[in-house]
Ligand binder design. Structure first.
Ligand SMILES: Nc1ncnc2c1ncn2[C@@H]1O[C@H](COP(=O)(O)OP(=O)(O)OP(=O)(O)O)[C@@H](O)[C@H]1O
Ligand SMILES: [Mg+2]
Length: 228
């Protein structure tokens, strides 16, 4: 039995906007083990991104407890959350979220700078190795607008991996890509999971992609309705 890398206990998230409460998540319980590849599915507005924000330490729950790789984020302050985000989590987003006027390798180095690696040579070497790993050895100096969508997402994956995080979180990572490129990105996640034992949690609308994960968690109206 492998160990728990993410545990959410009775987690709820209520947003308040101009006096109106939105119950985005209600009483969520999750236990994700090291080395799992989990897909989160559910209709638009069901709370998937909210859940990803919480388990990625971008936000804290209104009630309940979240433990990421042994760190309790529920009561963490901003500074502690930033540290957990930098060290425990790698994010991949639908829209890549890269700095557009910055070469690929300097997008990848950002988490290294935040974690205090002061040697530029060291950072550059690590980033080059990581970009080689995701198949971009010949694109180190391209800016994102000089790359295809699939290549931009590979840069984002390299950036997510660079600090060797406990969990990779991907929110609709194939949503902005054509289906062939989307399949290639999914294959990259499958390889990272299988060959390196990376723990991956991926939100997707695409049920064909979700089926390729080891486990699916279905969310509806802020509640987990199915594990399968
Ligand atoms: N910052 C916020 N303030 C107020 N309400 C919010 C906020 N973020 C999300 N919501 C609301 O919380 C609910 C869940 O939103 P969320 O973005 O988690 O859904 P989702 O499942 O990711 O949807 P989609 O598939 O469209 O991305 C929605 O009703 C949304 O309007
Ligand atoms: Mg979303």
């Amino acid at each position: 039995m492998s160990s728990s890398i993410l545990k959410a206990t009775n987690v709820s998230k209520i947003y308040e906007l101009e006096g109106v409460e939105v119950k985005a998540l209600i009483n969520i319980n999750l236990d994700i083990k090291q080395g799992e590849f989990v897909a989160i599915v559910g209709p638009s507005g069901s709370g998937k991104s909210t859940l990803m924000h919480l388990i990625g330490a971008l936000d804290t729950p209104t009630t309940g407890k979240i433990i990421i790789d042994g760190e309790n984020i529920s009561k963490a302050n901003e500074k502690e959350l930033a540290k957990i985000r930098n060290q425990k989590v790698g994010f991949v987003f639908q829209q890549f979220n890269l700095l557009s006027k910055t070469p690929a390798w300097q997008n990848v180095e950002i988490p290294l700078i935040y974690s205090g690696m002061t040697s530029r040579t060291k950072r550059e070497n690590l980033c080059k190795q990581m970009l080689e790993k995701v198949g971009l050895a010949d694109k180190l100096y391209n800016h994102p607008n000089q790359l295809s969508g699939g290549q931009q997402q590979r840069v984002a994956i390299a950036r997510a991996l660079i600090n060797n995080p406990a969990i990779i979180l991907a929110d609709e990572p194939t949503g902005a890509l054509d289906s062939k490129t989307g399949k290639e990105i999914l294959q990259m996640f499958k390889d990272l999971n299988k060959k390196e034992g990376r723990t991956i949690i991926m939100v997707t609308h695409d049920l064909d992609l979700a089926e390729q994960a080891q486990r699916q968690i279905k969310i509806k109206d802020g509640e987990v309705v199915d594990h399968f």
